[in-house]
Design a protein around this ligand. Structure first.
Ligand SMILES: C[S@@+](CC[C@H](N)C(=O)[O-])C[C@H]1O[C@@H](n2cnc3c(N)ncnc32)[C@H](O)[C@@H]1O
Length: 303
């Protein structure tokens, strides 16, 4: 997934327009980890703008964030705050498949991978994770899929078209491709869609494997009440958004950047998408809508 590595990629905008992960999820993760794991070193892979790595400092003495994108790593490095003397954090280029040589074999207590492990080569990722983890260390990865407009099936259909479909499949003579489906890297986007059901940490390297998915209510009534859901998953992500926020969210997608490289001199696919939503749904830039993300997490211990 090279889009995030491009210097034109706006990592600050990315940071502002993406969901964060809830406190109950970090509690679930740390409770799982602490059954057998230590808290000296955590490595956050695909760290992006670094917010998971910074969060891990609450629990670990040393944290290393790695990402193949130098744009992301530079942003993280400029954001390092002054830390207490017993804590350190560093950011360095590395991938799920090949971590930097500074991370020694059997040295890591916890590996986290948020919103990135659908893009990786899974066989290499599991082998590399097992290589750097200590015995009984934890591999934890998770992600959210698409925001679901609760109570608005028509909006969800429009979303599905722009995210997964190709207008040219229906109308080969279309002047240009009106959807972003063909502009996603595969098989990563299919793995995202299936909540990565196809892949699991191999049982010769890992044990105590937990996989938990949450598929949100699609077309029920908006709740505006977080308590109605929190029992369903600790990784519960809900937001009340408006179309201005949603426009920036679409602009943070890798497929948006790939699409714009081909057609951006004439059109902006995020604006076309949001204009259609507004027109069909009667929404304005500041109309408030509830969205909930389908999520999945996997925890496993190194043998
Ligand atoms: C959607 S961002 C997620 C960032 C952050 N972890 C979060 O939760 O928002 C995906 C990140 O995965 C990184 N990435 C892409 N391919 C990767 C790979 N093979 N190994 C590790 N990270 C990868 C990208 O550079 C990007 O920063």
């Amino acid at each position: 997934m090279s889009t995030y590595a491009e210097t034109s990629f706006n990592s600050q905008q990315y940071d502002n327009s993406r969901p964060n992960y809830p406190e109950p999820f970090y509690c679930e993760l740390i409770n799982y980890h602490k059954v057998k794991g230590d808290t000296q070193l955590a490595v956050d892979i695909g760290c992006g703008s670094g917010f998971v790595a910074f969060k891990l400092l609450e629990y670990f003495d040393h944290v290393i964030g790695t990402d193949p994108s130098s744009t992301m790593i530079s942003q993280c490095q400029t954001n390092i705050p002054k830390l207490p003397e017993n804590k350190t954090i560093e950011f360095t280029i590395g991938s799920a498949e090949l971590q930097p040589s500074g991370i020694l074999p059997a040295s890591v207590d916890l590996i986290t991978g948020a919103e990135c492990c659908h893009w990786v080569d899974h066989a290499k990722f599991y082998t590399e994770s097992a290589r750097i983890l200590k015995r009984n260390g934890t591999l934890a990865y998770w992600f959210y899929k698409d925001p679901v407009f609760v109570g608005y099936p028509q909006a969800n259909e429009i979303y599905e078209n722009y995210t997964y479909n190709s207008s040219r499949e229906v109308n080969p003579d279309d002047e240009f491709e009106r959807y972003m489906g063909p502009y996603y890297q595969q098989p990563g986007h299919d793995y995202l869609r299936s909540l990565l059901k196809e892949k699991s940490p191999p049982s010769d390297l890992f044990y105590d494997i937990v996989r938990h998915e949450y598929v949100s209510e699609r077309d029920g009534s908006p709740h505006n009440d977080e308590d109605a859901y929190v029992t369903k998953t600790p990784l519960f992500i809900r937001k009340v958004i408006d179309m201005t926020w949603f426009l920036n969210y679409v602009k943070s997608w890798s497929a948006y950047h790939t699409w714009m490289k081909e057609h951006g001199d004439k059109y902006d696919i995020a604006e076309i998408f949001v204009d259609e939503l507004k027109k069909e749904m009667g929404w304005k830039d500041d109309t408030k809508v509830e969205v909930i993300w389908d999520t999945v997490y996997t925890f496993a211990r190194k043998k």
